[in-house]
Design a protein around this ligand. Structure first.
Ligand SMILES: [Zn+2]
Ligand SMILES: [Zn+2]
Length: 244
């Protein structure tokens, strides 16, 4: 059976992919979004931070987060601004079992990967603690990284483990988020990151603390370069005169 036919049959049986991921309207001709919703999606393609890739309120070289510290991250990009249809869609993906959305998001992550010119040896997903993953039933960043891998040929790996239970990041602000995550990732297997250029795949760039902590742990374990790709980013003010 050819690939297209298999996809059609499997899709028809299991995949809610025949309806728009945002409004639920029927779609003809493939894709994950109806024409109206696709037009309204807040693609992060206007002003964004040249370093971490988050959306900016106004054009500037880097965001205020990147201007204030030097992340272990080499560069990042994100597909969408965290606004409009995107926050409910990401909540659906993370908390309501909509695993199939990984495929919808991965199409754009793969496109952005090609556009950004990051060439990575592997795509790294963010580890979850076992109990948390059992509760959710899946690790959403693993689904993303695997779907990304199918589209790019970049293997999905997770050379890190989550060390200690962290307080829910969403409940914390700025510096507390950084502290909460510091040292929370450790090497799962020695040398898995050594000498490699890696791209971390995550859902949302909020403060950048997760990406920073992941990149720092990967570099500590020998990674040569660490990039990041996320579905969406929360916009920040730009910084005109970055300290380097
Ligand atoms: Zn729609
Ligand atoms: Zn930035």
């Amino acid at each position: 059976m050819n690939d297209k036919l298999r996809k059609l049959l499997v899709g028809a049986a299991f995949d809610p992919h025949w309806t728009c991921a945002v409004c639920g309207r029927e779609i003809f001709g493939g894709g994950y979004f109806c024409r109206d919703c696709l037009q309204k999606l807040p693609f992060n393609d206007k002003a964004f931070c040249a370093h971490c890739g988050r959306a900016l309120d106004a054009p500037a070289p880097v965001c205020d987060t990147c201007a204030n510290r030097l992340p272990a991250l080499d560069a990042g990009r994100s597909v969408f601004c965290y606004e409009g249809a995107i926050p409910p869609l990401i909540r659906k993906f993370k908390y309501s079992g909509a695993r199939w959305l990984a495929d919808a998001f991965a199409d754009d992550l793969a496109r952005l990967y090609r556009e950004s010119g990051f060439t990575a040896d592997a795509a790294v997903y963010v580890p979850m603690r076992k109990a948390a993953q059992r509760k959710r039933g899946y690790n959403q960043t693993e689904l993303l990284a695997r779907a990304f891998s199918e589209r790019t040929g970049v293997p999905a790996i997770c050379p890190l483990v989550k060390r200690k239970p962290t307080k829910r990041q969403a409940a914390l602000a700025g510096d507390d988020r950084m502290k909460n995550l510091e040292g929370s990732f450790a090497a799962a297997e020695r040398h898995a990151a050594a000498g490699k250029t890696l791209v971390v795949i995550d859902d949302v760039t909020t403060t950048g603390a997760t990406l920073q902590a992941m990149a720092a742990a990967l570099k500590k374990n020998g990674a040569k370069r660490v990039y990041a790709l996320t579905i969406a980013s929360v916009s920040r003010k730009g910084h005109k005169n970055p300290k380097s």
